[in-house]
Design a protein around this ligand. Structure first.
Ligand code: AMP
Ligand code: GLY
Length: 423
């Protein structure tokens, strides 16, 4: 099979690494890719926003299958255009990608199909939203409706904070994404991420993960795209996974199909495990970054036929086997992230991978023959272990061998799981 992978982050490096191990693979291309991905794929300098150019390239190289990594091209309809051109594609249609692209869309779906989630209302102007907040009281959650790079959510512990967040949204802090606002009940519990494939009819549960969104140790400081993650998430017991499938995923699949937007791709469900059980916080319609890195380390099965079955409506014919081991990833970021940071700082050394540990590239580039950091989140040091404690020790041992003066990482990724293992 000839495969084209779209994307350039740590998630795509992990996908490329795993796809490259498939006996079914003849050739792997990645657009635009990164220096880590180039170990496994031929990089192509395509403008992914130019769908006609992506299709022309796929036709020229006789690509059999396209795997779309990030959400932006999905929300822009790249998967629809590729499929219309007769190319099998992993990733939902533009209409189905609304599950990530519009929080209001997802909340309405939950309401229609009785999927457990926080009570909510949607607003197009500030005054009625404020009235609702005053009536409900704090804590309460204010969300910009559209894609806001993970920054459009305010968990307001006071009414004043909630009112200010509403003003921010309607004053344009998140651009068009904030033209509509969802006000949502605060859910109390432990968070977990759940990954599940669907071909529009069948579901295949993958695995669970827990991430660390805050930049600082002890889960303090501003939110980021994710400073580390581990899998499995201890809070996701087999009972919770079963309930999630039955109460959240299955009604989503049948509801989307009924509404004329069948979902094909990966559900990345953000869950809050409350006293009542699993409740949906949000859906993403692509693998998490860096959650994908830990999932790929734990996946025993060949990834390529699983993704292909998802894209071609034959998911009932495949299974996914997982290692019992835990996996943990530590994000190395540029000093200053998630605020301003220097670009093009040199990375002098990246240690060799072993069976149990590997460094994935996220924001790197080659400049004058040397490796440099170009992004906020730059490297993902990922390791397996019999326990999260062991995976954590291995990941940090490898992270400490990376030579990059402008880099930093959190030193406590996985702390809740490590504390549980000690108890
Ligand atoms: P999101 O961008 O929707 O993932 O939201 C970012 C973070 O805000 C989530 O990971 C949760 O920690 C928090 N959050 C979102 N919605 C709620 C809610 N209804 N109750 C409590 N926390 C929430
Ligand atoms: N790590 C969170 C995300 O990929 O959205």
């Amino acid at each position: 099979m000839k495969v084209l992978l779209i994307g350039s982050g740590g998630r795509e490096h992990a996908l490329a690494w795993k796809i490259a191990q498939s006996p079914l693979l003849d050739e792997l291309y990645a657009a635009p890719g990164n220096p880590g991905i180039s170990d496994h794929a031929t990089l192509v300098a395509l403008n992914v926003e130019d769908h006609a150019a992506v299709i022309a390239f796929a036709k020229e190289k006789a690509i059999d299958f396209v795997v779309v990594g990030p959400e932006a091209p999905l929300v822009a309809g790249l998967a629809d255009d590729l499929r219309a051109a007769g190319i099998a594609t992993f990733g939902p249609s533009k209409a189905a990608a609304q599950l990530e692209g519009s929080k209001g869309f997802t909340k309405d779906l939950c309401a229609r199909y009785d999927i457990p989630t926080g009570a909510y209302q949607r607003f197009k102007s500030a005054e009625p939203a404020k009235g609702y907040v005053r009536a409900q009281g704090a804590p309460i959650v204010i969300k910009a409706d559209g894609l806001a790079a993970g920054k459009g959510v305010t968990v307001a512990m006071t009414e004043a904070e909630a009112l200010a967040a509403i003003d921010d949204c309607f004053d344009g802090a998140f651009g068009a994404a904030g033209a509509e606002v969802v006000v949502e009940a605060f859910l109390d519990g432990e968070e977990a991420s759940f990954f599940c494939l669907s071909d529009g009819k069948t579901a295949l549960a993958l695995a669970t993960a827990q991430d660390h969104k805050r930049v600082g140790d002890g889960d303090t400081g501003p939110n980021t795209g994710g400073m580390g993650a581990y899998s499995p998430a201890p809070v996701m017991t087999s009972t919770m996974v079963e309930r999630t499938m039955k109460e959240i995923i299955e009604p989503t699949i049948s509801g989307m199909a009924k509404d004329g937007n069948p979902f094909s791709g990966v559900f990345f469900a953000g869950l809050m495990i409350t006293a009542k059980g699993p409740e949906l916080i949000e859906y993403n319609v692509r693998f998490g970054d860096p959650e994908c890195q830990v999932l790929m380390m734990r996946l025993k099965s060949d990834l390529l036929p699983i993704l292909y079955a998802t894209a071609t409506g034959t998911l009932d014919k495949v299974e996914a086997e997982w290692r019992d081991d835990a996996a943990l990833t530590v994000v190395l970021a540029s000093k200053g992230y998630p605020g301003a940071y220097d670009k093009n700082t040199p990375i002098a050394h990246i240690p060799e991978a072993s069976e149990e540990a590997k460094v994935f590239h996220a924001g790197t580039a080659l400049k004058d023959g040397g490796l440099v950091a170009t992004g906020g989140r730059v490297l993902n040091v990922t390791a397996l272990g019999k326990t999260v404690t062991e995976a954590q020790a291995r990941a940090y041992a490898l992270a400490d061998k990376v030579e990059w003066e402008n880099g930093f990482c959190r030193r406590d990724i996985g702390w809740q799981a490590v504390a549980r293992e000690k108890a």
